[in-house]
Structures are given as structure tokens and as C-alpha cells.
Design a protein around this ligand. Structure first.
Ligand code: FAD
Length: 622
């Protein structure tokens, strides 16, 4: 590896780095994954779970694009749940509980099996530059490794500082050292950096817990999975459990507040709003006597347990005493106390849509370094950075997903257009076209695009085409076939829907609220069609959604088309906003700083008002 010139060097083997390396290599780039510890590739720093609300959709999108996170999640799952199943399909979100050790092992093996990926274990301390172009990296031993593009995915490691009570020490994660040098070099080059913080709960010994006092939380009776490929479906699952805190637990925790780095001013940076520490919850929701705790096994065989909901940086003795007062935890033994970590990030408005930095050519940032939180957010950025680094080196058009095409598009557009001052996590509410961005259709939306740029395999494309063809055929079967009152009325009666007096098209009755595919399957002609055509769950679900949500889907498509019109009005690269005197001062400043590429992107910048957009449109002759 010494003396070699790589196409793409990926720094960091976390979720972003692993996806970046896989994507670049699978597209044909000679890739080096340089990371501090090869044993921690794909390490889950916090909760042993993938997916969840909006995050599950992202994992499905990564999979549809040919990334590995969905496959790895399926191979290492111990429990599956489709969240929000009682709501409309735009809200359905797959989530798995993962075997933490197996997850990391599967990542390492998947990368080892990927041609074009070399590995190197060492801390990268700086970048090699020629003018404003990156040409490689420098290791802590002083070795120069040359590469045409570099993707930085340092996660929580840049000048990481761990806090437990009044103790603090440098570290990128429990038991791992912090990364130094990179922030200092980048800020000298003119990059703006900031600090964020996040926290994690204690890990405990499952043998010391009394599960009989807790509420069992089983997985779905019929588990699904993430990948659109032939990955395994769970045949058995591990249960999770639920317990809760009490006023006694809160009082015990409060005893440590004066030694809490969160409250005595030692931690100054902002943490994830939607993942607060237990001390934060007690403080912010003082009227609540109890908070839920989810007790999650860390794997199939290990006795280690993750106490979801008890993230804390209070002194370890306070954590321990308080946790022993939780129902079922009376005899708890610690594997490791919880802690908080502060780390450097780079405000993502310094990036282009490709995740290439505006300041240094061929340098890409992905993952927590961009101010996001979460494995899924990180992995998807890594994938996009790896793809775009490869495309740019090969002088191809950039690969950018629009807001109506993918959650990944929403994520990246939000980051680079609006920036973020607190750890950014994805929510369904961030996507204005969420009826289009469902977990069931990520393959329909994205696989052809990825195949066209040379990442998704032909096998993926074929499966996607089969699914589209067969689900469309089922929809047209419902459109063509009629049902007689004798057959359908007993079903309609059961779901409190008005009865039909004469035979009617199946499509029409199926469109009614409360009538589901399960009901339709009670009709012999439907179950015969499904059996004869050997239709699977995904194809039937797809047909059902197309029928029942046709109106909503159409409406969102129309809205998205309107947006595309603004998306097509490009703003020239070096546009001089100062000459537009009628722009507000704030708009001019923000537009200068972010330099949107289209009018549509400009309209999403906070501080740019509709009247500023009108000024721009008039200037562009629209
Ligand atoms: P990471 O997974 O952090 O991976 C970074 C990788 O880069 C590591 O392999 C590291 O060894 C390597 N590396 C770093 N610097 C260098 C260097 N200079 N040279 C070589 N290698 C380097 N997310 C949530 O969604 N909810 C939470 O509650 C939550 N809590 C967290 C609590 C803690 C304590 C931590 C540490 C993380 C938490 N996270 C949480 C965040 C989640 O772990 C990250 O969002 C995700 O792992 C980010 O992925 P990444 O690839 O960007 O970075």
C-alpha cells in the first residue's frame, strides 16, 4: 500500500466511512479505508439498533442504491418491528434490534469481500494538499498516502472529550482515543468548526436483572426485513423489556446534579434534542414522575444489555445507585457507566450537494462530522460521498437526490442549505413529500438511478422491475374484475362500510377506508390470482398502497412537479448578490454564504423571504 496512489481514501471506518468505501470501490475506484482500529469497523457507538421512524426509510434507500447497511442489518438482526403500522404507509418505519458484535463483524467481512478496498489501521492526522486540491493524507507515524479524493468520516472522534461526572478525558468513544490534527489543519485552511455533544447510557449485565418485573416487548409476529435482496428473515427473535423510572430514581439522580457536567457548565455544546439524557428529561419535564426505559439485549448470545432511555453523564456512583432503584434493576451490575462526549463538527453549509467541500477540491465530509447524529444519517451520507467522489474523478455528472426522490435528498439538502446548530436527526416531518418517500418503494424510486451510474447490480434492477410489473398487474386485475354483492357485502358489513346493491369493480370497493388486502384475499378470485401468480408480500403491499393512496400520491407528485420548475431555474456559480439592491440585507448575506445552485434551494434558506425570491426570479427573467 505504501507508494500506491489511491483514487479514493476514506478516513474512518464507522457507518459513513464503511458505506463510502464500499460505494467507491464497487463503482471501480481503487479505495483505501484508513481507520484508527480495524476491529471497530461498523461499530455501533450507542444503541444496538438500526432503523426506526424515518431512519428505517433511509436504510431501505441505502439498500435500494446498492449500499450495505440494510444487508448487514438483516444478517445481524435479533428482533424486527415495523413501527407506526397503525398509521398510513408513509409513516411505516422498519426497525431492527441488532447483535452489536455481529453487526461490526458482518461489516468487516463485507468490506473484505469487496474488490478494490485496501485497509490500513492508523490515525490520520492531516491532509496532503496541492493548491486548493487534496492529494492524500498524512498518518500519525508521518506516512504520506496519496489519493485523488479524500472522504473524511471522523464521527465523534475529532478532539473528542468524554465526560462522566466531574471526570473528563480525551477519547473518541469509550476506550478509544480521540483524533487530533485534522480540525486544526482545516480551520487554518479557513473552515469553520463547532462543538456538539452526545451521550450514551450504561451497559449492564443481563444476568443481574429481574425480567419478571418488567413488561415484555416482543418483535413482530411476522417479521420483515430491510434489504430488497435475498437476505435472511428472522425465524426466531429475542425479546426486549420495558421498565420505568420513579420519583425515587429521580431524587437519587438529582443528588448528582451539582457534579453533572451538563449543569455545572463544563459541557457547553448542544446535544441531540430528541435523545436527551435522563438528567435532562428530569430537569425539562419536572412534572413527570416516570420515564420509560427500554431494556435491549446486545446480541443473541451475550448477556450485555443496553438501557435505552437512561443516557447520562452523571457520576458513575450516582448512575449506579439510581439504576438500582428501577424496578427489575435492584441487583444490577454495570458493564460500563454512561457518559457524554463532546466533539468537533464542521457546519455543513460549507459543502456542495455532492458533500464535496467548497473550499478544498476533491475533499468530502460525511456523517457525524457534518453535525448529524445516527448511524443511518451517517451511512447514507457516506454512500453519497463515496459515489460522488468516484463520479467526479471519472468526470461524470454528480449524483444528487432531490427532496421528492429520497429522504437522503432531504437530509443532504437540509444540511447544506440550512446548516444545523444541534445534532441533526431525520424525522418524517422534515420531508414535505413523505407520501412519495415510503419504505415500501425505495427500490422503485432509486434502484434504476443507481444502476444508471454503475452501482446497483443488474440483479437488483431485475428484482425491482419484476416487483413493479407484478404489482401493477395486480392493480389492473382489481380494476378489471368485478365483485358481486353476495361475496363482498359480508366483508363490508364487518368493517362498517355501506353495502353494495349490484356488482361493482373490485378497485372501487378496495379503495374504501377499512377494506384491506387481507379482506380482499377472502374473495376466491383474488386469492386464486395471488396463488396462480405466486405473488409475495411486497408485491401485494405495493398494489394495496397504489390503490388506497392513489389520490394522495397524485397530489404530492403534482406539488413536487411545481417545485421542479423552480429547481430548473439555476443560479450562476459566481452570481453577485450585491448588485441586487432590493434583496434584504439578511438574504444577501445568507445567499452569499450558502451560494444556492437553484432558486428552489434559495427559497429553503432561512432568512430568504418570498419577496427575496421574487427579486431573484425577476432578475433571472422569470
Ligand atoms: P463513527 O461511527 O463515530 O465512526 C468514526 C470512525 O472514524 C471510527 O471508526 C474512528 O475510529 C474513525 N476515525 C476517526 N478519526 C479518525 C482519524 N483521524 N484517523 C483514522 N480513523 C479515524 N446517535 C443517535 O442517533 N442517538 C444517540 O443517542 C447517540 N448517542 C451516541 C452516544 C455516544 C457516546 C456516541 C459516541 C455516539 C452516539 N450516537 C448517537 C451517534 C452515532 O454513533 C453516530 O451518529 C454514528 O456512529 C456516526 O457515524 P460516523 O460514521 O459519522 O462516525
Amino acid at each position: 500500500m505504501f507508494g500506491e496512489v489511491y483514487d479514493v481514501i476514506v478516513v474512518g471506518g464507522g457507518h459513513a466511512g464503511a458505506e463510502a468505501a464500499a460505494a467507491a470501490a464497487n463503482m471501480g475506484s481503487k479505495t483505501l479505508l484508513a481507520t484508527m482500529n480495524l476491529q471497530t469497523i461498523g461499530q455501533m457507538s450507542c444503541n444496538p439498533a438500526m432503523g426506526g421512524i424515518a431512519k428505517g426509510q433511509i436504510v431501505r434507500e441505502i439498500d435500494a442504491l446498492g449500499g450495505y447497511s440494510g444487508i448487514i442489518s438483516d444478517k445481524s438482526a435479533i428482533q424486527f418491528k415495523m413501527l407506526n403500522k397503525s398509521k398510513g404507509p408513509a409513516m411505516w418505519s422498519p426497525r431492527v434490534q441488532s447483535d452489536r458484535m455481529r453487526f461490526a463483524e458482518e461489516w468487516r467481512l463485507a468490506l473484505e469481500r469487496t474488490p478494490n478496498v485496501d485497509f490500513y489501521q492508523e490515525m490520520i492526522q492531516g491532509l496532503l494538499l496541492e493548491g486548493n486540491k487534496v492529494v492524500g493524507v498524512k498518518t500519525s507515524l508521518g506516512i504520506d498516502i496519496r489519493g485523488k479524493a479524500v472522504v473524511l468520516t471522523n464521527g465523534t472522534f475529532l478532539n473528542g472529550l468524554i465526560h462522566i461526572g466531574d471526570k473528563q478525558f480525551g477519547g473518541g468513544r469509550a476506550g478509544e482515543k480521540a483524533a487530533t490534527g485534522i480540525t486544526e489543519q482545516l480551520t487554518k485552511l479557513g473552515f469553520e468548526s463547532g462543538r456538539m455533544k452526545t451521550g450514551t447510557p450504561p451497559r449492564v449485565d443481563g444476568r443481574s436483572l429481574d425480567y419478571s418485573k418488567m413488561i415484555v416487548q416482543p418483535g413482530d409476529a411476522i417479521p420483515e426485513k430491510f434489504s430488497y435482496l435475498d437476505t435472511p428473515v428472522l425465524t426466531e427473535q429475542r425479546d426486549c423489556y420495558m421498565s420505568h423510572t420513579s420519583t425515587l430514581v429521580h431524587d437519587l439522580l438529582k443528588e448528582g446534579f451539582d457534579r453533572s457536567p451538563m449543569f455545572n457548565g463544563r459541557i457547553k455544546s448542544i446535544g441531540p434534542r430528541y435523545c436527551p439524557s435522563i438528567e435532562d428529561k428530569i430537569n425539562r419535564f419536572a412534572d413527570k414522575d416516570s420515564h420509560q426505559l427500554f431494556v435491549e439485549p446486545e446480541g443473541w448470545d451475550t448477556v450485555e444489555v443496553y438501557v435505552n432511555g437512561f443516557s447520562t453523564s452523571l457520576p458513575e456512583d450516582v448512575q449506579f445507585k439510581a439504576l438500582r432503584s428501577v424496578v427489575g434493576f435492584e441487583k444490577v451490575k454495570f458493564f460500563r457507566p454512561g457518559y457524554a462526549i463532546e466533539y468537533d463538527y464542521f457546519p455543513p453549509t460549507q459543502l456542495k450537494h455532492t458533500l464535496e467541500t467548497k473550499l478544498v477540491e476533491n475533499l468530502y465530509f460525511a456523517g457525524q462530522i457534518n453535525g448529524t447524529t445516527g448511524y443511518e444519517e451517517a451511512a447514507s451520507q457516506g454512500l453519497m460521498a463515496g459515489i460522488n467522489a468516484h463520479l467526479k474523478l471519472n468526470e461524470k455528472e454528480p449524483f444528487i437526490l432531490k427532496r421528492d426522490e429520497a429522504y437522503i435528498g432531504v437530509l443532504i439538502d437540509d444540511l447544506i442549505t440550512k446548516g444545523t446548530e444541534e445534532p441533526y436527526r431525520m424525522f418524517t416531518s422534515r420531508a414535505e413529500y413523505r407520501t412519495l418517500l415510503r419504505q415500501d418503494n425505495a427500490d422503485l424510486r432509486l434502484t434504476p438511478k443507481s444502476y444508471a451510474i454503475g452501482l446497483a447490480s443488474e440483479d437488483r434492477l431485475k428484482r425491482r422491475e419484476e416487483k413493479e410489473r407484478r404489482s401493477a398487474a395486480l392493480v389492473s386485475f382489481f380494476k378489471k374484475t368485478s365483485v358481486i354483492p353476495e361475496d363482498i357485502n359480508p366483508i363490508l358489513d364487518r368493517v362498517n362500510s355501506s353495502l353494495v346493491k349490484q356488482s361493482d369493480k373490485m378497485f372501487k370497493v378496495f379503495s374504501r377506508p377499512n377494506v384491506t388486502m387481507e379482506h380482499m384475499m377472502e374473495l376466491k378470485s383474488v386469492s386464486d390470482y395471488v396463488a396462480e401468480n405466486d405473488l409475495g408480500r411486497e408485491e401485494m403491499e405495493q398494489a394495496e398502497i397504489q390503490i388506497k393512496y392513489a389520490g394522495y400520491i397524485e397530489k404530492e407528485k403534482n406539488n413536487a412537479d411545481k417545485l421542479h420548475r423552480l429547481e430548473n431555474v439555476k443560479i450562476p456559480d459566481n452570481f453577485d448578490y450585491r448588485k441586487l439592491k432590493s434583496l434584504s440585507f439578511e438574504a444577501r448575506e445568507k445567499l452569499e454564504a450558502i451560494r444556492p445552485v437553484t432558486i428552489s434551494q434559495a427559497s429553503r434558506i432561512s432568512g430568504v423571504s418570498p419577496s427575496d425570491i421574487s427579486v431573484l426570479l425577476v432578475y433571472m427573467g422569470r
